[in-house]
Design a protein around this ligand. Structure first.
Ligand code: ZN
Length: 113
């Protein structure tokens, strides 16, 4: 399950920053997950407490923002929100476009004390 290793990266990233900021406890972690990132938010929520167990983030809450797909048409330059990875441009019907949002996962913020 790649969500487990993903969780480990999230937690180690957060812990590193938390220690640098002098926090002793992490209470909330917020991540953005793109709709096309192939990450299952439920699996992530399931893994999070397993990974944080025994760390200063043990009782932290994981909050997930789903980021919708956004694309820009290469042919006409239109920005649109495709329903799926194979949706064509709604303006010109072209299939040549690049995703501008919704593909990645990133840690947005965390809170602690
Ligand atoms: Zn277009």
């Amino acid at each position: 399950m790649h969500e487990l290793s993903l969780c480990e990266s999230i937690v180690s990233l957060v812990m590193e920053s938390a220690i640098r900021e002098g926090l002793t406890r992490v209470t909330r972690v917020t991540v953005d997950i793109g709709a096309a990132s192939a990450i299952d938010p439920d699996a992530l929520l399931f893994c999070f407490p397993l990974v944080t167990e025994g760390t200063p983030a043990a009782s932290a809450e994981l909050s997930i923002n789903r980021i919708a797909l956004k694309a820009r048409c290469t042919a006409c330059g239109a920005d649109f929100a495709p329903e799926s990875l194979i949706s064509p441009c709604p303006v010109c019907g072209g299939h040549d476009r690049s995703l501008t949002a919704g593909r990645d996962m990133r840690v947005v913020s965390f809170e602690g004390e």
